[in-house]
Design a protein around this ligand. Structure first.
Ligand code: SF4
Length: 274
């Protein structure tokens, strides 16, 4: 059996940086360590951190109840209000927001200050998108597909001529983004476009597609609640039979002679891919 592992499979720069920052704190402080939301979408990593005493805070209520500890902000980032909440508590905190996500926070804030409508391509329920929208200072909309953009511009025809700033969630599907840009070009006269899809994601998606086109089966390793992993699965499934697994014991049995490609989401540690 031929097994090909994608070169771009696994941890990206932002996730590696965030995970490293939490492990650094473990050796550095006696205070309890908390991450605001799971530091990455990978159960194995979150469990390992829990075993080392790192707790996950899930809500602002839990945050407000803290009297001691170090808070680490996850790579997806958080809303401005949450940042202010942490500062108001007077607790030390480490901002592990990926610099690429930080850039979108800035864009969201500046767009409002400049009187532009901020338009984001992304999934409004995703923590990264919630964090980004929490930095907006003016009118803003989120679309998760080109069809939603077409509908938005139909329901709000005034947006066609208003100054717009259009950006994307870092893990937004590259192909869908291109379709959105075509629509924007056709229908809007005053839109500034910011290509904020992370290169790590685009490169991983491109390689996954190439692999899926040449292999008989694809395995995508990653968390079931990770959006970039789900997108990889969708891309691969367009070309061959594809399996999304979280752990090695979920591997299906393949008949001999098949070629199997392996890729993995941005939150999958190398040890699990191996
Ligand atoms: Fe940062 Fe890109 Fe990784 Fe997201 S995928 S954490 S934007 S490096």
């Amino acid at each position: 059996m031929e097994v090909i592992v994608a070169k771009t499979a696994g941890f990206c720069f932002g996730v590696e940086r965030a995970v490293d920052k939490v492990y650094e704190q473990i050796g550095k402080t006696e205070r309890p360590i908390y991450t605001y939301g799971p530091i990455i979408h990978n159960e194995e990593v979150v469990r390992d951190l829990e075993e080392k005493g790192v707790r996950v805070i899930e809500s602002e209520e839990e945050l407000k109840a803290l009297s001691d500890g170090v808070v680490v902000i996850r790579s997806h980032g958080v809303a401005q209000a949450v940042e202010e909440e942490i500062q108001a508590l007077g607790l030390p905190y480490v901002d592990a927001t990926c610099p690429f996500v930080k850039k979108i926070h800035q864009l969201a804030a500046e767009s409002g200050e400049q009187g532009k409508v901020f338009l984001l391509a992304g999934d409004k329920d995703h923590p990264e998108v919630k964090g980004i929208l929490g930095h907006c200072k003016g009118e803003n909309f989120t679309v998760k597909s080109n069809q939603e953009l077409v509908d938005l511009l139909k329901n709000h025809p005034e947006l066609r001529t208003k100054p717009l700033a259009f950006a994307a969630q870092t893990t937004f599907h590259a192909g869908e983004w291109e379709k959105c840009l075509e629509t924007l070009k056709k229908l809007c006269t005053n839109a500034a476009v910011f290509a904020t899809i992370c290169n790590a994601t685009a490169r991983r998606q491109k390689e996954a597609k190439t692999l899926a086109q040449r292999c008989d089966r694809m395995i995508v390793v990653g968390g079931r609640d990770s959006s970039n992993t789900a997108k990889l699965r969708d891309i691969c499934a367009e070309h061959c039979e594809t399996y999304l697994i979280e752990r090695a014991d979920e591997l299906p049995v393949f008949s001999a002679g098949l070629s199997v490609g392996i890729t993995a989401g941005a939150s999958t540690p190398a040890s699990i891919i191996k």
